[in-house]
Design a binder for this molecule. Structure first.
Ligand code: NAD
Length: 494
């Protein structure tokens, strides 16, 4: 394990925070990895003021787009070089498998690279002239941006906000989740190194760990914070949106989900089995887009679910550092207990537990925040277990009768994040995909991502869009310029 960074980044300086100390644990063992002193409310203010000065610094303010793109390329390079260490830190802090955290670190590098390419090719527009003037629409930075992230995929979600926000010419105050600050701090080291190399103010980025209640709230409310990028739970998002509404600042929200994954009778069954398993049990189900409601055509329901359960029993549960592990521990014992409480609720609602339903037994799992991959059936789509996000390795199987019944049940959710469809009938896939209320629909695949493809949640799964060509624009303000071309004075005033 590389040396774990414990200083935090405030106003361009790495130092110990003045806020409350928070232990971050390795959920595979329960061992304390590091104690991070959070930022205090006063330090949030200090970071915001330094960030505002950095945004106005001519070294940054006047940097041309292609030069900012060079900075992003450098960050991408450093991130890629450091991918093994970033992965090790993130696996230790979140419990995810090394295979996954390596992919997340490389995806973060890819996000910086893609954003640099978009930045180099982004154009302002000359709009059609409707008088003796030339009209243009240009884009300006917003200023100081708060980026608030959850614990499930920190390095990738950090890059998803930092890259477009910096590309747009802003400064970023990043708040990682209190349970998992380590990889964000490590990424912060790489970014400040790149800023230093380019002679730019390091206060363009702050990394401010701590609780949402104290540090997150102080960030959202700070008068200098003019844009909020938030990923996390729906209730937190709602409270942040209320404050943003009061302040009249834009906020983008990537929130929770309860995504349907659909298996039609004509599906390639091998592909569907593998896809359903990966869709819910990778990342131990701690994924906003997890396919947690499985709808199977009634005529194949029992056979499909029976085979699925056989395969779930064979999934290898273990520490993220073991290359053979498929399902790592959950992020924290408290979260594991919350997942276990949901399975108890499911039982009380009349669910049958087809497999899992408890923590694994054995010395290997002692001290770790493990929970067995669990499949339930016998519940109605209207049960709380099917309505609420569990954010753990828990799948509910539900039969459906026909396409209308399927679409009605799949859409009967406050969430609208993602959906999977397994079928050989592409016309049916088209019809269902267009009727499903979700920001992302995967057809004969699941949980695949591209930096170039926009990502957004519908309904209570979010507001606004990340990724794609417009990601930078979401961190800018539009301005219209009118250039008079007439030699004559304006008529009325003359
Ligand atoms: P959370 O809402 O509890 O916390 C998210 C972040 O917000 C953390 O950094 C937290 O400290 C901070 N926060 C909490 N209260 C705050 C407040 N009052 N003001 C400001 N900041 C505050 O979520 P979590 O438990 O860390 O993460 C799990 C949730 O994130 C799940 O609901 C999951 O679906 C969602 N998520 C969504 C996406 C997406 O892209 N849609 C991606 C990943 C996770």
């Amino acid at each position: 394990m590389p040396l774990l960074p414990t200083d935090i980044l405030i106003a361009g300086q790495w130092r110990r925070g003045a806020g409350e100390p928070v232990d971050t644990i390795d959920p595979a063992t329960g061992r304390v990895l590091a104690t991070i002193h959070s930022a205090s409310v006063a330090e949030v203010g200090e970071a915001a003021e330094a960030a505002a000065r950095a945004v106005a610094d001519p070294a940054w303010r006047d940097l041309l787009a292609h030069e900012r793109a060079r900075l992003l390329h450098r960050i991408a390079e450093l991130t890629e070089e450091a991918a093994p260490e970033l992965a090790a830190v993130q696996t230790a802090d979140t419990g995810k498998t090394l295979t996954e955290t390596r992919a997340l670190a490389l995806s973060a590098a890819g996000t910086f690279r893609y954003t640099a390419a978009v930045l180099e090719t982004a154009e302002d527009t000359l709009t059609p002239s409707r008088g003796p003037y030339v009209t243009m629409s240009v884009h300006e930075p917003i200023g100081v941006v708060a980026a608030i992230n959850p614990w499930n995929s920190p390095v990738a979600s950090d890059a998803q906000k930092i890259a477009p926000a910096l590309a747009a010419g802003n400064a970023v105050l990043l708040k990682p989740a209190a349970w998992t600050p380590l990889v964000s701090l490590a990424l912060g080291r790489l970014i400040t190194r790149a800023l230093d190399e380019f002679g730019l103010p390091t206060a363009l980025l702050a990394v401010l760990p701590g609780s949402g209640r104290i540090v997150g709230d102080a960030l959202v409310r700070h008068p200098l914070v003019a844009r909020i990028g938030f990923t996390g739970g729906t209730e937190t998002g709602r409270s942040i949106a209320a404050i943003a509404g009061e302040k009249l600042v834009p906020a983008s929200l990537e929130l929770g989900g309860k995504s349907p994954t659909i298996v039609r009778a004509d599906a390639d069954i091998e592909q569907a089995l593998a896809g359903v398993l990966f869709g819910i049990f990778s990342s131990s189900g701690q994924s906003c887009i997890a396919g947690s409601r499985l709808f199977v055509a009634r005529e194949i329901h029992d056979a499909f679910v029976g085979e699925l359960v056989e395969r779930v029993r064979k999934l290898r549960v273990g520490p993220g550092t073991d290359p053979s592990t498929q399902v790592g521990p959950l992020v924290h014992h408290r979260h594991r207990d919350a997942v276990a409480a949901y399975v108890d609720l499911a039982r009380s609602e009349g669910a049958r537990v087809l497999c899992g339903g408890s923590a694994p037994a054995g010395e290997r799992y002692q001290g770790g925040a493990y929970y067995l991959p669990t499949v339930l059936d016998g519940l109605a789509n209207t049960s709380r277990t099917c309505r609420e996000e569990i954010f753990g390795p828990v799948l509910v199987a539900l039969p459906y009768d026909d396409e209308d019944d399927l679409v009605r049940q799949a859409n009967d959710s406050v969430y609208g994040l993602a959906c999977g469809i397994w079928t050989r009938d592409l016309r049916a896939a088209w019809r269902i995909a267009r009727r499903i209320e979700a920001g992302t629909v995967w057809i004969n695949t699941y949980k695949q991502f591209s930096a170039a493809t926009p990502f957004s949640g519908w309904k209570e799964s979010g507001l606004g869009t990340e990724k794609g060509r417009d990601a930078i624009r979401a961190y800018q303000r539009q301005k219209s310029l009118y250039w008079g071309t007439s030699d004559a004075p304006l008529p009325w005033a003359n």
